[in-house]
Design a protein. Sequence first.
Lengths: 318, 397
Amino acid sequence: MTAADFLSIDLPAILVAVLAATSCGLLGNFLVLRRQALIGDAISHVALPGIVVGFLVAGTIATLPLMLGAMAAAVIAAGLIEIIRRVGCMEAGAAMGVVFTAMFAGGIVLLEQTGASNVHIDAEHALYGNLESTLWLGLTAWSDLLTADAYAAMPRQLVTLIGVTAAIAVLIAAFFKELKVSTFDPGLAASLGLPVRTISTALIVIVAVAAVAAFEAVGSILVIAMFICPAATARMLTDNLARQLWLSVAVAAIAGIGGYFLAAFGPQLWGNPNALSAAGMIAVVAGILQVAAMLGAPRYGVLARTVRNRRRKLDLPA
Amino acid sequence: MTSEAFAVLTFGAGYNTSVVLAGVIALGIGGGVIGVFSFLRKRALISDAISHATLPGIALAFLAGVALGGTGRNLALLMAGAALTGAIGILAVQWIRDRTRLAEDAAIGTVLSVFFGFGIVLLSHIQTLQAAGQAGLNSFLLGSTAALTAGEAQLIAGASVAAIAIALIFMKEFGAVAFDEGFAAAQGWRVARIDLIMLALLLAIVAIGLKTVGLILIIALVIIPPAAARFWTDRLGRMVALSGAFGGLSGWIGGSISALFPDMPAGAVIVLAAAAIFTASLLFAPRRGVIAWSLHRLRLRLRAAETRALLAMADGYQAPDALARRLAGWRGYTDAHGQMTVRGAAAAAGAAHQQRLWRAYRQRHPDAALSFNPLSGRRIEDALSADIVAALERDSA
């Protein structure tokens, strides 16, 4: 592997993976704590019809119309879920299941019927993403990273993701207290005069933005994994929200980098020259990290609990 | 075109099309029947984890088939692989939910994304192999009926019927667990075991339907029909029958359309048919549907406004708000100048009398009176027995 290969092929892919994982992972903390983890799942499914409609309306696959389409689809889906939940007196999970499968099915039929599937959008691509094909052309040596020209040639997905990740980090930092109170105690938040419903709607819109930005590069399955696994891993390790956010970012970054390297170079270790799916592998690494945390977390881990329980039993007078 | 459509819909378009259609209908009925129980148990989305968890199993079964020297495209083998990792996925969800501090939604999300990710890794490995039939594996994502052979369709139909039969045998137990876990436990039933049987049936339907509907949309088959059926009835038996019928109808419509237009993805069309049935139920169902419910609310509002107007008139005032005033005019309680008519005087006296009786009832039985809405305009003679009303008449006199 030469430096030029690494810089133009692997570096952008790793950056995209890490940024996508970070932006989704940060938001995932709030989804997991609010018991809305599957909103990420629902939104990444309804993004498909939104993207297709955005493409059909705008006629190009530029980022902005696709993202607007997906955001509109996410907001419509959230509204429909709420209506069905209230009118039908239904559990949120069932309402979500009805809405996102129906919208996803609509998206697929639209794709097939309008011929949009010929141009870069297809359902499998939407699932797996296309991490391996994000290229940063024009980078041949590390010193190129210091030149302005290199940044002009930066891949579009990377630019989008840098912007979205920065925006999410700033928003979370700015509204940390509001998010924290409304997540843990909506009643208290309402009595303090916080707009609880606006906050949860805004959260869903931002989740949709993050999902779409990441979706294009890494596929919906990795988006779902990153909304849940880093946050769930961090949740096993701490009770402090700020610490949980930092931990989830760390987990997301480790999964992104580790998963990419395993997928790109792992098979070569046993003599297979073909790379594996990076998006899939990142999800697997995130899962492994989560299993490790669920088993081995110092306080809430299953092993620690078992040991504690056993010790407690031994301490009891016979 | 019309005659062709008619031929497909009525099973007259050749043996193969008919067998495939029968298979899809059986699958739809099975999904509808079995989905009722996880829907009522408020665990509808566990099927999402199950369906995504089948992907690594499909890939592993394919690899095993190739290693054994076959093409790897044996549907029974692929289904078995799907069922195996699907089962592991179910156990993983239960384990995370029961043994860690994470909630069920996080458990479902974890299992579905990590298992699916692993499946994608395996698929990307399979793509690099020079094995025959690997292209067919992608059809498991979105499903297709085009590639279904008559034998495979028979397998799907047979397995669906078996799953439906088991679900009907355990209907009483499933229903009890779904509605009242404590009651089921008090009956001496093992709730955890009944749950596992229910999940096993769900897994069976998912594994059976993968090939036709695809693993992303198969969950719609076990969620949408029960959700639609719930609007029409409060009884378990009827709900199971209706949900099965809705599922079968979706399969019939979707299967026919995809037979007529081969590039229409079958799974998506079936799901859209189910979604149309759901929307119709949401709007038109008696009592629980949006329209019936809105009419009911409107009627209550009007009745409350009328009562308001009459009570005010009985005390010698004008009706307190515009709606009540206008209503009094329409009903002929007031004339064009807003003056009380003879008819209005009688009605106002009646309303005041009713109110006196209700007030007496509230004083005598304050706890029981809580369940009556004083403004609903309901006549006390219709709500309470004659001797209580007679006693109230004496009280208020």
